[in-house]
Design a protein around this ligand. Structure first.
Ligand SMILES: *Cc1c(COP(=O)(O)O)cnc(C)c1O
Length: 416
């Protein structure tokens, strides 16, 4: 048996001596977080995901999920997950390259490639891991990455992990991107432009055709994050790339299985060479356990619904139009304190003056039976209510939300 050596408590040369509370800084950090109204907590929902959810025994109308098509609680996805678990077990038991590969995995990758119009696809255990692994595999310290200021945190994580020189361009500004390319592209080996297609905390869509033109001119690769586009945008639900007519162009499309597809996991779709390369170099794919049979089968069932049931998407967009019109009227009434951010997606954001106000609004709405996102810094630069619309809301529920927000705003802004 080995003994664990006792730590040496004597202070290192030239340093103050109190090392007795190495975790004490956390209390100070938490105090700072509380003081800024930035503190967050989890809150369990019970029952199946759907337009109405239960929290602490109360029913709430759910305008905060990413389950745009209502597939996370759909009988067909649940049945597919159950059948796959019964047949293949609960876990895939290893890395895809060792013992974790099941026939379902390649089946899902082929179906994603078909939806996206690419040669092939690779499925990761989450969208976050897909971004970390893909970006860090594509570029390294000799390379340049250009990213939109409002990109998702997982893209930023991938950029940091890659060690590449990273520059940020103003939100959706192709002029700024062009200037940065002109000033910096030639000093680097490879160049990668990364952007959300649908921006997750704003709901607007990046100007992809112009971005791809710039990439062509400057010999840059492009990775787009379709987390909120897949299943939602385009005639077939293939995403923003398809909707904007960019399907045939050379780029890498990543996305998640955990939003409109209601499962868990992420993917990258692209050329055969790109996907084969990622299978050999993406460490977050190689050194992690393969997607579970249940998640894989649920995603397959969800994509089947996306393909054969366009009516779900039409219902979603009908609801988006209704809620957007209502929120537009509210923003006009409470202008300039309240602003409806531009959106081309089911993500609709009402910007309000402070974090304290958005927290209060979230609580008031919850008391009156509505679940909406109260999003604050540091997630976003300005506080906002983030409302996400689902296909399975009915028009009455949409109207109830609009009325409740108008009342909550009148109360909260009158007595801050
Ligand atoms: C949610 C999200 C991700 C991460 O996807 P997960 O599968 O939940 O890990 C990546 N990018 C964007 C834009 C997202 O909104």
């Amino acid at each position: 048996m080995m003994n664990c050596p006792r730590p040496d408590r004597s202070p290192p040369e030239g340093q103050p001596s109190d090392h007795s509370t190495p975790y004490g800084w956390m209390d100070h950090a938490l105090t700072t977080i509380h003081r800024a109204d930035w503190h967050r907590q989890v809150r369990p929902l019970t029952g199946l995901p759907g337009p109405v959810v239960k929290a602490a025994g109360r029913s709430l109308l759910n305008f905060a999920s990413n389950d745009y098509l209502g597939l996370a609680g759909h009988p067909a996805t649940i049945a597919a997950a159950q059948a796959a678990t019964a047949r293949w077990g609960t876990g895939s038991t290893g890395s895809r390259l060792v013992t974790g590969e099941r026939p379902l995995h390649r089946q899902l990758e082929r179906v994603i490639a078909r939806l996206k119009g690419t040669d092939d696809a690779i499925v990761f255990s989450s969208g976050y891991l897909a971004n970390l692994g893909a970006i860090a595999a594509l570029v390294g310290p000799r390379d340049l990455i250009l990213g939109d200021r409002y990109n998702h945190a997982s893209l930023l994580g991938g950029i940091r992990l890659s060690g590449a020189t990273a520059l940020t361009y103003d939100h959706c500004s192709m002029d700024h991107l062009a200037k940065l390319l002109a000033a910096h592209r030639d000093r680097h080996r490879r160049c990668l432009i990364v952007t959300d297609t649908v921006f997750s905390m704003d709901g607007d869509v990046c100007p992809l055709p112009e971005l791809l033109d710039l990439a062509d001119n400057w010999g840059a690769m492009v990775l787009v994050d379709e987390a909120h586009g897949t299943g939602v945008l385009g005639d077939r639900g293939a995403g923003a790339v398809d909707q904007l007519g960019c399907s045939g162009r050379s780029l890498l499309q990543m996305g998640t299985l955990s939003k409109a597809l209601g499962s868990l996991g992420g993917y990258v779709a692209g050329s055969a060479a790109a996907i084969d390369f990622l299978r050999n170099r993406a460490s977050t794919w190689i050194y992690t356990t393969g997607l579970s049979p249940a998640d894989t089968a649920a995603a397959l069932a969800a994509i089947a619904i996306v393909r054969r049931d366009p009516q779900r998407r039409q219902q979603l967009w009908r609801n988006v139009e209704t809620v957007a019109a209502g929120l537009g009227a509210i923003a006009a009434k409470f202008s300039p304190q309240v602003r409806l951010l531009p959106s081309d997606s089911p993500i609709l954001c009402l910007q309000v003056p402070t974090a304290a106000i958005v927290v209060k609004l979230g609580q008031t709405l919850e008391k009156s039976g509505f679940l909406v996102g109260a999003i604050r810094p540091p997630t976003v630069p300005t506080s906002r209510l983030r409302i996400t619309v689902r296909a399975d809301h009915d028009l009455d529920q949409c109207q109830e939300l609009i009325d409740a927000i108008a009342i909550a705003l009148a109360d909260t802004l009158a007595a801050p």
